[in-house]
Design a protein around this ligand. Structure first.
Ligand code: ZN
Length: 269
């Protein structure tokens, strides 16, 4: 077996290298079968990802969304500005449950998660199944990429409160401040999840902003991006100071840090 180049697992690669690493890991852990064909209708993203809306609403006030909701087309357009992520979604996300939140029309953001079909723990759901709301088109894509990012780390053996010894050496009892959940200190697994999610979501925000006005975020988008940049910097500081890595983990983190520097140099222009 060729050793994994963990540096290249840090962010979606043009040649799909990291997607393959995650997909192979998911095949072992979750019995994941890589998606090669078009999904049966209704579907999204060039027909590659199946859509559904028939699970019980995962939150108060959420209702099933129509499969022709315009946020789906808009999100597809945003992904043209981050094609590596689009390819990764096609390969790793197999089913999106879509919901609308009528009170949220005009607001930014989303509700997202993994469907609780097989239990309440993320890692007992079926790999690559997610739900996201569509009331905000950028939020919809943020939600889908957010959940894909969680799935990637789960596949690589890092869960919120426990993990194997491939990447992280911290003990689950050691806790740190998470960039997403400020209510209580969290183990390093959860903190790393939050930080990696924030990085991916910042890239979604930048792609969406670029798509809307050809590369010049302004107004709401600029504000949203500034908030995301702040979360990324907090996460980077916490993980950088607190994580103890294996050699493989250190390579992954080096890749994440370089990716972060690249993203921030664009985001802060
Ligand atoms: Zn999350």
């Amino acid at each position: 077996m060729t050793p994994i180049d963990w540096y290249r697992v840090a962010y979606p690669q043009q040649d799909g290298y990291d997607t393959k690493v995650v997909s192979d890991a998911a095949a072992q852990t979750y019995g994941f079968v890589p998606i090669m064909d078009l999904a049966p209708a209704p579907n999204w993203l060039g027909g590659r990802i199946r859509l559904a809306n028939d699970i019980p609403a995962p939150g108060d006030g959420l209702i099933p969304a129509p499969f022709d909701h315009q946020s789906l087309q808009l999100a597809e357009r945003y992904l043209q500005w981050w094609p590596e992520c689009g390819e990764q979604l096609k390969a790793l996300v197999k089913l999106i449950y879509i919901f609308d939140w009528p009170q949220g029309v005009g607001a930014r953001g989303c509700f997202c998660g993994t469907p609780p079909r097989l239990g309440s723990r993320e890692d007992t759901s079926l790999f690559g199944e997610v739900f996201s709301t569509v009331f905000d088109s950028v939020g919809f894509l943020e939600g889908v990429v957010h959940e894909m990012t969680h799935w990637k780390l789960h596949a690589l053996g890092v869960h919120f409160e426990e993990w194997d010894d491939r990447l992280l050496l911290n003990r689950p009892e050691e806790v740190f401040e998470s960039s997403l959940r400020k209510d209580k200190p969290r183990p390093m697994g959860a903190v790393l999840h939050a930080h990696w999610v924030c990085l991916h979501v910042l890239c979604v925000d930048m792609a969406a902003a670029a798509s809307k006005c050809n590369g010049c975020p302004k107004g709401d988008d600029a504000e949203h991006i500034a908030a995301a940049v702040k979360r990324v910097k907090e996460g980077q500081a916490t993980v950088g100071a607190g994580a103890r890595w294996t050699p493989a983990g250190a390579e992954l983190w080096r890749g994440i840090e370089d990716w972060t520097a690249d993203i921030l140099s664009v985001a802060e222009e």
